[in-house]
Ligand binder design. Structure first.
Ligand code: ADP
Ligand code: MG
Length: 566
């Protein structure tokens, strides 16, 4: 499709001047094709990928259609899916209006007190950009009057339908004068949209722009096949192993955003969630925090993240595999901006998602490389390395005399500088929440399953005992013990073996390999409100048949429970 210069378009000098100042010279393909048609009054369907410049495609002709003599009535109504997009489009159109006298544009959206909007509307705005729910509200209150409406624009129509706005949109379209121009823009064209265009547009001209090379070569793309319950651990490993400072993490659902951001915060990351169900004020706050660098990780749904423009994002994570190619491209496009390099990491689980991943590669023609996660041991090594760097850095900077004194006193007590040093390292490392053993076990153990070429494998895990200082006299039950262990360490309940409840102690069988980690996480935890101690036990246990009581209530599966299936 031909591209034209803005100078060649049949638009006013004022808009040309503003566009020139913004720095646009050539119209994009969708703009070149749709602006002339919309200017002629045609109904148009604009189908082109995200980032192709659809806002100006409808925004410029919308401006040109306004009768500036009429200051009161709404003449163009733009519907779009979110507050952020409404604000963003409003800003963009306002830029085109810089040299136009007497034309006003206003954004109205839910989540903001309606009274404020009503007084703004009373002053009059010829172009209104709003979310469907709020626009409907204003139509009902007659604070938006449509008797002189000339044009309705449905922007990001696919997204509005995804968000469940179909009924609202139809109510609005039935409500406004029939003698109007209807323009629809969308990145994808599902059948539901075609149904709307059939019913509410008159002889619409369909302009479809074939997608270009979809992803930028400056973004390195990787994917990892990870068990579902180990995705958070996978994410945190990738974050630290790749030195990622600023990142966006995409989830497919709002509840996943909530869960994941809470979990990351708990692990000591500066993370916040962003999705459409959040109060407007908190959404704005989160965005501001992210833009100003006060949080490092923004966990978001696709819709909430639309239109967010932040530079310097080191990496994008697809915590959930995006539902379609469009989303993938849009998500990863948040990194690698302005000529910088960026990285995109996608987590998938299982064969079905592996096939989706292959489709994604075929459709985007991108090279998405399969990688293996760093192992727990590699991470520990890596974290120790980082820790050492930090210590060296500190040692070079701050040397306070009283520290020497403290060290000397400690040395006097311990009597062995190596032991003292090791204890200090241990304490300091433990303070670092990001180093917790949560979920690591399930991740490392399940690794064989991730290699799809080899099929499933079973793997025996060597077990060992720990002793927790709470027992029958404190009325502890197996579920308390399982709960406490999974809580404190994140290891899945099915990796816990026999639980033997004694009078004042409980012996628990756990994977030997991780026994030390489990003890250090569990020691000092409260169980049933009682402060407990936990230690490693290497006392040989009597065989099963001897009178030892196994406390697991679900004892029927006990033999399987003892072993971990990889
Ligand atoms: P879409 O709605 O198709 O996703 P936008 O309208 O949001 O795309 O535009 C994407 C970006 O491209 C915006 O930053 C916009 O300012 C810019 N842009 C739009 N048209 C042009 C143009 N003709 N030349 C240069 N940049 C443009
Ligand atoms: Mg758009």
């Amino acid at each position: 499709m031909e591209k034209v210069k803005f100078e060649e378009l049949n638009i006013s000098d004022e808009v040309k001047k503003a566009v020139r100042e913004i720095g646009f010279t050539e119209a994009t393909e969708i703009q070149s094709a749709t602006i002339p048609l919309i200017l002629e009054g045609e109904d148009v369907i604009g189908h082109s990928q995200t980032g192709s410049g659809k806002t100006a495609a409808f925004g410029i002709p919308a401006i040109e259609s306004i009768d500036a003599g009429n200051k009161k009535d709404t003449q163009v109504l733009v519907l779009c899916p979110t507050r952020e997009l409404a604000m963003q489009s409003c800003d963009e159109i306002r830029r085109f209006l810089k040299y136009k006298e007497g034309i006003k544009v206003l954004a109205v959206y839910g989540g903001e007190p309606i009274g404020h909007q009503i007084s703004a509307l009373r002053k009059g705005a010829q172009i209104i950009i709003g979310t469907p729910g709020r626009v409907m509200d204003h139509l009902r209150r007659k604070t938006i009057k449509t008797q002189n409406l000339k044009m309705v624009v449905l922007d990001e129509a696919d997204e509005m339908l995804n968000m469940g706005f179909r009924e609202d949109i139809e109510t609005i379209l039935k409500d406004v004068p029939e003698e109007r121009q209807t323009v629809l823009f969308s990145a994808t064209m599902p059948p539901a949209i075609l149904a709307i265009t059939k019913q509410y547009q008159k002889n619409p001209k369909l302009i479809k722009i074939a997608r270009k090379q979809m992803t930028v070569s400056t973004i390195e793309q990787f994917y990892y096949d990870v068990p579902k319950d180990a995705k958070i651990e996978a994410l945190t490993r990738l974050l630290s192993a790749n030195d990622i400072k600023l990142s966006m993490v995409f989830c497919n659902t709002k509840s996943m955003v909530d869960d994941l951001s809470a979990e990351l915060k708990q692990r000591g990351y500066r993370a916040e969630g962003l999705h459409g169900d959040m109060k407007q004020a908190s959404r704005t706050k989160v965005l501001d925090l992210f833009k100003s660098g006060q949080i490092d990780i923004l966990v978001a749904t696709d819709v909430a993240a639309r239109g967010i423009d932040v530079d310097n994002i080191d990496a994008v994570f697809n915590f959930d595999l995006p539902q379609d190619t469009e989303y993938y491209v849009h998500r990863i496009g948040r990194t690698g901006r302005a000529g910088k390099s960026g990285r995109a990491y996608t987590l998938i689980t299982g064969r079905k998602q592996f096939y989706s991943m292959r489709d994604l590669m075929r459709m985007t023609k991108a090279d998405i490389v399969k990688k293996e996660l760093p192992t727990y041991e590699e991470m520990e090594q890596y974290n120790l390395q980082k820790f050492m760097e930090r210590v060296v850095e500190k040692a070079e900077k701050e040397i306070r005399p009283d520290y020497f004194e403290v060290y000397q006193q400690l040395l006097d007590k311990v009597g062995d500088s190596a032991k003292l040093g090791a204890a200090m390292v241990r304490m300091l490392m433990k303070k670092d929440k990001k180093l917790s053993v949560k979920k690591v076990i399930s991740l490392d153990q399940k690794k064989p399953r991730m290699d799809m070429s080899r099929g499933t494998q079973t793997r025996r895990v060597k077990m060992g005992d720990i002793i927790i200082s709470i027992g029958r006299k404190q009325q502890v039950a197996p579920n308390h013990i399982v709960g406490a262990i999974t809580q404190a360490t994140g290891i899945p309940g099915n990796m816990i073996g026999h639980i033997t409840i004694l009078d004042n102690n409980t012996v628990v069988e756990v994977p030997k390999e991780y026994r030390e980690n489990i003890v250090s996480s569990l020691d000092g935890c409260k169980i049933k409100g009682i402060l407990t101690k936990t230690v490693v036990s290497d006392v040989k246990r009597p065989q099963e048949k001897s009178g030892y009581s196994s406390g697991r209530r679900d004892g029927k599966n006990r033999p399987q429970k003892r072993r971990y299936k990889g």
